[in-house]
Each structure stands twice: as C-alpha cells, then as structure tokens.
Design a protein around this ligand. Sequence first.
Ligand code: ADP
Ligand code: MG
Length: 457
Amino acid sequence: MTQEQWGQLKNSLLGTVGQNNYKNWIEPLEFDEITEGVATFTVPTTFLGNYVSRNFGDLILHHLSQSGQPVRRLNFRVAANVAARPVAEVTLEKPAVTSAPVQSARGGEEQLPNAPLDARFTFDTFVVGKPNELAHAAARRVAEGGPVTFNPLFLYGGVGLGKTHLMHAIAWELQQQRPDLNVVYLSAEQFMYRFVQALRDRKMMDFKQLFRSVDVLMVDDVQFIAGKDSTQEEFFHTFNALVDQNKQIIISADRAPGEIKDLEDRIKSRLQCGLVVDLHPTDYELRLGILQSKVEQYRLQYPGLEIESGVLEFLAHRISTNVRVLEGALTRLFAFASLVGRPITMALTQDCLADVLRASERKITVEEIQRKVSEHYNIRMSDMIGPKRVRTYARPRQVAMYLCKQLTSRSLPEIGRRFGGRDHTTVMHGVKRIEELRAKDGQIAEDLELLRRALEA
Ligand code: ADP
Ligand code: MG
C-alpha cells in the first residue's frame, strides 16, 4: 500500500468514524508497511496504539480488505523517544522504533485458517450486469451447496471487478444454506503464510490435516503463488486431495489459468478442469447500477444528503471499469459533501474528485478505434473512412462510430468529421443501428465486446 492509498483509506475512515474520532485517533497513525499480511503503523504512544487497536482495529482491517489489501493483523509500534532514553541504549545499534505488537481481536493461530468475511460482500449487494452475469450465476450455483458439478470453479478478471466480493458471497450463503459444511476462505498469500509457518514450527502434519478436513475451499488471488515453488507444490497436493474427496474448490485469479506465468503446467491444467469464468470489465450500465445501489446504502448513513441528477451518470461515464475506484470516489464524495454540509452537485463532484477524474480520463482515440475495427473486419482504414457504402464497409464503419460514441467523449459532429466529414445524423443513425443489432445479433454483440475489451486493455 502506498502512502497515497493510505491517505485515501484514511479519507474513507473519516467518513465512518466522524471528525472528532478521526482527529484524535486516526490522523496520528503513520503507515509504515504491509508484510506477510501484517500492517504496521507507528504511533506516538503505547496508549494510542492500544486504544486504536481495541476500538478501531476491526474497522481499519475492514477498510484495508475493502481496498484490496491482504491484511490479517495490525501492528502498532511506538516511535522511540530518543531524547528520553538512557544514552547507553541509544548508542546500541537498535532500530529507531521499538515494537509493541498489539494483536487484534481476530483469529487464534491454531484455528482453521479462515480469513474474516466482509459483511458487505453478499449476493444481495452484488449488482449483476452483462459483464458479470456468468460469474454471478456460477457463484450462485456453487453457493447452493448441492452436489459438486464443476470443480474447481475458477473466477478470473481484472482488479476491482468483484472476484473477492463473489467469493465472500458464496461463503455467506453457504453458512446459511449448509451450516454443516466446513467452509474455508483465504487468500493465496495467507495460504503461503500458513504453510511457511507450519514448516517453521514443524507442524506440517497439522497443516495438511486442517486443509484435508475442509468441505469447501476458496483461495483468492491464486496468481500470488506463481513462482513460489514449495507453496505451489503444497497447494497442488491440497487441491488434489480435496478434489479426490469430491470437495468443492473455488479459486480466483487476475487472469486465466493458462496465462499465469511461473505457475506449474500441471497446476494450470488442474485449474482448467472445472468451470472457468471471467468477470469482464464493467460497462456503463453496470457502473451506473452499482452507483445507484451504493447511493441507497449511503442514504442510511447520510440522511438528508441530496444528490443532483446527472451526477451518477457522469461518474459512471467517466470513471474506469474498476469498481473499487468507483466506490472510493462515491465514498469521498459523500464524506466531503456531508462535511461541508452541501448537496452533491456537478460542481462539487468535479471539485472533490478532480484527481480521480483526471487519472481515469479516457485515452482511447477515434483513430485507435478506427484502426482496431478495420483490423477486426479485415478492411483498409481508407475504406472505413472513405465514401463507399457497400455493406462490407458500412457495417464496420457503424461499429466504429458506435464505439467512438461509447468510449470517447467526442460529440456526434466531431465523430462525423473524423469519418471522412460525415454528417452527425449519419453517425447517429449508425449508432442506433448497431444498438439494435447488438440486442438481436449475437455475432455483433460478441464483436463489440471483443473490440471494447481490446481497446480498453
Ligand atoms: P477483486 O477481488 O476482483 O479485485 P472486489 O471483489 O474486491 O474486486 O471488488 C472491489 C469493490 O467493488 C468491492 O467493494 C466490491 O463490493 C465492489 N464491487 C465489485 N463488483 C461489484 C458489483 N457487481 N456490485 C456491487 N459491488 C461490486
Ligand atoms: Mg480480490
């Protein structure tokens, strides 16, 4: 986690704990590092460290996991007050900080290595759209806890697209539906950490036994074990043992099994044996849906806060496909608006989110779209832009116009100009035509999806 990310996280904490608590307890925390699932902070006094750990520890852990940081435990160390120390000690080559670990309330070491589930990551809060409907359906199926039909379920997709959310949702649902089942969720990093710990403490037998007694095993971000040979090896054995017992396994990664570098081939092929589904980058409709559902949740937290119409549409349009970024923007917006006691207008949005908006400015150009579409349909750029109206050129041209409308901020007249000086009504007609085709022609829908992903990659 960078200092900047910590800054953002502090911002979201501010929204939750309020200004007073924030000033007293959160602001004095200095973020140091995250290693092996432990986030370390420097605090001015032991008292502050203890207080924060007791009162805000879980909240901080929660926010960290929300922002995608794999943290199990918080560690607070007290900045050494050099002046007050006996000289003798200062001259010893000690680190400038003394460690005063404050274990959070979570997880005894000997229990099943189950990572805490985020209470907000349920099926109820998961917004389904075209880009994630397959993954969602597969997750739902697995969450019924019926006979194992595909093993493993492998979910993959870019960062912030809902993999962890879906896995937690499966775990929550299984707890409801099948309380008899022993469900374990953990990140690949935690798997490694446990494994290394077991090796160190000579407790490998216990480790193996623990994992072999699981009914449903979920391992998040499995790409993490790539290149870590002994961990891979152990993972492979655990995996096989569970599959042989017909126990359900659910895996996530940031890419398809075959594309994970430094992952053993036998593991890759094992991972491909079940159902492999990907979460596609979000589209405008899904982003808007997610924003609307988040706003409903925020309304409980900030009653009376008004939001001007058009703001959500604007955000859905302008912010990248990463849902985490989208959520972060909304959180900041609500926190900011409630702090200054003003309604959320377009102006306030532009102001408050200037950096986020700049960072996610669309960089796709009309030319890029024209080039990609020409390549895709195997026509020349000159024919795409030129005057010929035969179907072989007209259809790709309309597809390109449609994508320009969707993926750039160019207006219809501007787009028309770049397509050989065509009129904006021609562009409008083309865009409409593709919208219609998209709904009823599977091939076109697939082409559009492919092109969009290629362009946004
Ligand atoms: P990943 O694990 O794929 O990186 P996460 O599951 O952590 O992504 O999702 C990032 C954030 O976006 C989470 O807060 C999650 O709740 C939210 N999110 C992602 N997809 C959806 C969705 N379809 N509906 C609601 N929230 C979503
Ligand atoms: Mg994740």
